[in-house]
Design a protein around this ligand. Structure first.
Ligand code: 1GP
Length: 251
């Protein structure tokens, strides 16, 4: 399935151990795709091993290239994160520039699969999240600031995806709504703290795609994934609160 049609995605962290039997059971949960990604401690060997297990599920697999260690061939898509609200340009474009400058060493002889490269503009909203610390992010002050970041992402950077990232805790639906209201073309992803059908439905009514990470690592992880898939499928994007593009008109 094309990434533009994903409603529910599971994010697997290559730095966290997970029973391969759990991964093998992910297709039966009804999720649309697997994303391999994490903020810290990414090692090429672990990404490679996890990619193999993910591929065996038959689900579409994306690698989030948050480090050159995640440059591993064999994924359907390569998601390139850019942290919009970082205080250090390294996390917006600096690390990317460095990677391209060293590509001949990182992936010798392998051309960049540009048709499978997807740009992801992150708005990091939870100051306590690892990604906020690692990427030196300054969380937005409120929904209006989030909407403005969404406009920057779509209109100026032409990003494919705008990602409202609360990683580790449930976010404020009003912030997701604000981003939706500013977007016309980019896909809106929400991630953070989802483990129940109700929580997933609230966010999936405001975003195109919801991402579930941490909950899978709980003892009842697969049940959480099933529940969040059910919730995401109960609603349509733009159904909750402000519809897409509602606030994107110029005065
Ligand atoms: C993390 O947005 C994802 O990048 C998912 O967040 O781990 O809190 O589910 P959780």
């Amino acid at each position: 399935m094309d990434w533009r049609n994903w409603r529910h995605v599971v994010k697997l962290d290559p730095a966290r151990p997970l029973d391969p039997a759990v991964i093998a059971r992910l297709p039966a949960t009804g999720t649309d795709a697997l994303v391999l990604g994490g903020s810290d401690g990414i090692r090429r060997g672990a990404v490679f091993g996890l990619l193999g297990a993910a591929r065996e599920t038959g689900l579409p697999v994306a690698i989030e290239v948050s480090s050159v260690q995640a440059v591993v061939p064999g994924a359907d898509w390569y998601l390139i994160p850019m942290v919009l609200n970082t205080t250090d340009p390294r996390w917006l474009v600096g690390a990317h520039q460095e990677a391209f400058a060293n590509l001949h060493r990182i992936a010798p002889g392998i051309p960049v699969p540009w048709d499978r490269v997807v740009t992801v503009a992150y708005v990091v909203c939870n100051p306590a999240a690892t990604v906020a610390r690692v990427a030196a992010a300054r969380p937005p002050e409120g929904p209006a600031a989030v909407a403005a970041w969404a406009t920057v992402a779509e209109r100026l950077l032409r990003a494919d995806i705008v990602y409202i990232e609360y990683s580790g805790r449930l976010g404020d639906p009003a912030w997701v709504e604000a981003a939706a209201g500013a977007l016309r073309r980019a896909r809106l992803f929400y991630g953070g703290g989802l483990s129940t059908a109700e929580q997933a439905a609230v966010m999936a009514a405001r975003a195109h795609t919801v991402v579930v990470g941490n909950a899978l690592y709980r003892p009842d992880g697969l049940e959480c994934i099933r529940a969040t898939v059910r919730g995401a499928r109960q609603v349509r994007p733009g159904e909750g609160g402000e519809p897409f593009a509602a606030g994107s008109r110029l005065p």
